[in-house]
Design a protein around this ligand. Structure first.
Ligand code: ADP
Ligand code: MG
Length: 407
């Protein structure tokens, strides 16, 4: 029997479902608890750094909700930085129509044509056109119109024994109020859901986004603080990281085998961050195949892989910073806690010790703000800062070392 081809199973790439989604049992349990609510008091925020696995976890939650008889609608808001009130409303109607369009909400008799009078009926379905018509007919502000449509949808849907609807929005940190344009789509979304949830309509938000998301929601509406269960995704635990590496190749047809020392190396090089695990494993798989074909004993080519990661993942982000910003980032990278959180004060003190041209505290403040705006750093709710890119500190140190060697 011909051997079945076993191709490289690893999937480094935004939103690409991994061959084995490791860990996350706790997060899934949290979601299952939210599904048990009859009156929705808490909605879901799934947050964490880029590449930590938010999108694929959201994708994994979908069948769980559907199995529990919830409907699931949603979209990716990556391109939604400039939406206004009307567009967010239409976004919701468009997404909703996918689950409601087969529901019949009315029937109209049309008279027959010809000599024999025939009774013919046309069903009114809750498709996009009907939803929009309903939206337009309702007097008042966009929020009033939207609430009316959502209430109507629930009347129709509850007859189908649905538990409710999950509205899932990925990259939701892109939604913003824009006071200058008098557009408040974020506040609108929160107002509408809070209001219908008070009326016992089981429509739940599941938002995912970068760590800026939750502070942004609270800034838009203080009640958002109580409205969401915030689930923070971290890097994987050690056993989960091991599973993410080993499970995909535990197959009789798999041509490569990883020894414990290789697995340990991958765990430490990846920092247990899901994207890095997929990236390194994909490379290791190909390299091992190649070396085995050449009759060599394969080992994990750590240096080459790190170099490739630097070029593919970090360099583009580093390129966004100006020279002076890079000086500051280099100071931050020398802090022991740079991969967790740091304060302006810590950065100022370190720069006095290390930098030929130290930074003043107002200067650090200002520059961190600029770095937040170009997505390299973020500020959390307690006024502390973190790198927005996992393992960025180590990259910077490597980069500085290489640069000083080149001099
Ligand atoms: N739990 C996990 N186990 C293994 N790989 C994962 C896991 N979560 C995410 N990944 C992988 O990590 C990468 C980034 O996932 P993604 O969901 O796009 O992250 P985010 O949306 O947080 O930026 C993808 O290649 C994905 O296959
Ligand atoms: Mg994502």
């Amino acid at each position: 029997m011909p051997e079945q081809e076993f191709s490289n199973p690893f999937r480094p790439g935004a939103g690409h479902m991994p061959p084995y989604l490791a860990g996350r049992e706790h997060e899934i349990m949290e979601f299952e608890q939210l599904l048990r609510q009859t009156t929705i008091l808490r909605n879901l925020v799934l947050t964490g750094l880029r590449g930590v696995g938010k999108t694929v976890l959201l994708e994994k939650l979908k069948p769980i909700a559907i199995r529990e008889q919830w409907c699931w609608v949603g979209a990716d808001l990556s391109e939604s930085t400039s939406v206004d009130d009307e567009t967010i409303a239409h976004r919701l109607l468009t997404d909703l129509s996918l689950v409601t369009s087969s529901l019949v909400v009315g029937r109209q008799e049309v008279s027959g044509i010809g000599f024999v009078p025939q009774r013919t009926f046309i069903d009114t379905k809750l498709n996009y056109e009907t939803l929009v018509a309903l939206f337009r007919q309702t007097p008042g502000l966009v929020a009033d119109k939207l609430k009316a449509v959502l209430e109507f949808v629930w009347l129709a849907l509850r007859r189908q024994n649905a538990k409710g609807i999950i509205f899932s929005y990925d990259e939701a940190q892109n939604l913003s109020n824009r006071p200058k344009k008098e557009q408040y789509p974020l506040s609108l979304l929160l107002d509408v859901f809070q209001s219908i949830q008070r009326k016992d309509i089981p429509f739940m938000l599941a938002l995912t986004g970068l760590p800026t998301l939750f502070p942004k929601l609270v800034e838009a509406r203080t009640f958002a603080e109580r409205m969401f269960r915030v689930v923070v995704l971290h890097r994987l635990s050690e056993p989960a990281a091991r599973d993410a590496i080993c499970k995909p190749i535990e197959n009789a047809n798999c041509p490569i085998k990883l020894y414990d020392e290789s697995v340990e190396l991958i765990i430490s090089d990846s920092g247990r961050y899901p994207y890095f695990i997929q990236f390194i494993c994909r490379d290791v798989f190909d390299t091992f195949l190649q070396k085995m074909d050449d009759g060599e004993k394969p080992s994990v080519p750590t240096d080459e892989i790190i170099r490739k990661l630097d070029a593919d993942f970090f360099a583009g982000r580093w390129a966004k910073a100006t020279d002076r910003q890079r000086d500051l980032l280099a100071v931050i990278a020398t802090l022991d806690n740079c991969d967790e959180e740091f304060t302006v004060q810590e950065v100022v003190e370190r720069s006095r010790e290390h930098s030929p041209k130290p930074f003043s505290s107002s200067h650090v403040n200002q520059m961190l703000l600029a770095l937040c705006n170009n997505g390299l750093i973020y500020k959390n709710r307690h006024g502390r800062y973190s790198f927005a890119v996992p393992l960025f500190g180590q990259f910077i140190l490597r980069h500085m070392r290489d640069a000083s060697q080149a001099d």
